[in-house]
Design a protein around this ligand. Structure first.
Ligand code: ATP
Ligand code: MG
Length: 393
């Protein structure tokens, strides 16, 4: 009988990393698939089967489930089902539900007095379908409503989006009109329009890990992953931006712990990766051209890392792949240009630490490559610790 299980639809580096870390720590971890399976339920009984295997007993036996479903919506189904079957889940359903929506998360931050970007939500859709099948165009009304509250440089984003997809910057009303006209109402943007002031974060943002084990206090990892570049205002790594690390100022750690608690309510154990931005008004800290030059110098070593990451056989020899990618990142990290940029980040963050703005929490963060190697945090460790802490009833 195994107490802990990991659930996922697709196994990526992170899921393999969790399994590898569990093995190293001699923690037994069952696997529950969550894609091509059928969950059948009736009064007092359930079955959980793939086409080739019955997982019902595995689920009956386990007590805690690590939910690593890929999409936010699938994770919400998984958490609902597992909690419905009386399992403890990391993260719990209520954390998933809050983190699914940027608006819901920001409201939780607001309640706790945390610095957030000024945000405007307009419930009405750009194109409104009438009973007759005709469409009303609400673009101009939405522009008026948004511009009454936010002046130029407005960020429009899908409420439940990820990877920076469809996060757009409107520098003026014309841009705003174009962006609104391309806006789709779909699963990541279920209703209305989310608009936000552009935070002058200069060239970087932060990914901060906070977690809580049962019967312990919330804990913020002292180092954060920095994502940065001058390509455009979005600094997601998914868009090819570079990564650095920074030691967090004390007050930022305190704020991050507050954010985690705000998103998790009274849940006993959870792990959240917070997205935060520095708020740097002045660009006088360093010569920007020199800084850009350092980014250019780092481009080649960074591309070397990306080549290693693209290894098509990574899953078949994951241990070897992990060693290779570690080596590549450490080589990238040993560059003088890395040290230069890292220093700029550290100095500016410490100078503006009371103005850091938090804007969302990610309940199933990627970590195996960047966060683990660059920031030195193997998120699998706190995740497994959270899961284990729930076994003490
Ligand atoms: N209000 C803002 N001001 C400045 N930059 C912003 C703002 N909102 C988002 N960004 C930038 O755009 C990028 C994507 O934003 P956001 O995190 O909201 O989207 P996402 O789809 O959730 O991305 P991810 O999955 O990577 O977290 C981030 O790198 C962030 O730096
Ligand atoms: Mg984000």
């Amino acid at each position: 009988m195994v107490d802990l299980a990991i659930l996922y639809d697709r196994s990526e580096s992170d899921e393999l990393g969790i399994r590898l870390t569990a093995e190293e720590k001699e923690i037994e971890l069952e696997y529950i698939p969550f894609y091509k399976i059928a969950f059948g339920f009736n009064k007092n009984k359930f079955t959980f089967q793939s086409t080739g295997k019955d997982y019902s007993q595995v689920i009956k036996d386990c007590k805690v489930v690590l939910n690593r479903g890929q999409s936010k919506n699938r994770r919400i189904f998984a958490a609902s089902i597992m909690e419905g079957l009386n399992k403890e889940v990391v993260n719990p359903l209520n954390v998933e539900t809050i983190c699914q929506s940027k608006i819901r998360s920001l409201l939780k931050f607001m309640e706790k007095g945390i610095n957030i970007p000024k945000t405007v939500y307009v419930p009405c859709n750009v194109k409104e379908e009438m009973a007759s099948g005709e469409y009303i165009d609400n673009t101009n009304t939405i522009i008026r409503l948004v511009e009454n509250q936010l002046v130029k440089n407005i960020v429009i984003k899908p409420d439940a989006g990820t990877h920076g997809r469809s996060v757009s910057l409107a520098k003026n009303s014309e841009d705003l009109m174009k962006i609104l006209n391309q806006l789709q109402t779909d699963i990541t943007n279920p209703s209305g329009v989310v608009a936000q002031e552009l935070i002058p974060k200069w060239f970087y943002d932060l990914r901060i890990i906070v977690s809580k084990e049962k019967n312990k206090k919330a804990f913020c990892e002292p180092t954060a992953l920095v994502r940065g570049g001058f390509k455009e205002f979005r600094t997601n790594t998914f868009l090819g931006n570079m990564v650095f690390h920074v030691n967090l100022p004390e007050n930022v750690k305190k704020q991050a712990e507050k954010c985690g608690k705000a998103l998790a309510n009274d849940s006993e154990a959870w792990l959240i990766a917070l997205d935060a931005m520095p708020n740097i008004d002045s660009k006088t800290y360093v010569n920007e051209n020199e800084l850009k030059q350092k980014f250019t110098e780092l481009q080649e070593p960074f591309e070397e890392v990306l080549k290693v990451k693209a290894d098509p056989n990574k899953k078949s020899d994951f241990v070897k792949y992990s060693k290779n990618v570690e080596k590549a990142y450490l080589k990238y990290k040993s560059n003088e240009a890395y040290a230069y940029i890292q220093e700029v980040v550290s100095k500016t963050l410490h100078k503006t630490s009371d103005k850091v703005v938090f804007h969302e929490g990610n309940s199933c963060p990627e970590f195996w490559e960047q966060t683990r190697i660059i920031a030195g945090i193997n998120v699998a460790e706190p995740l497994l610790a959270c899961a284990k802490s729930l076994l003490d009833r």
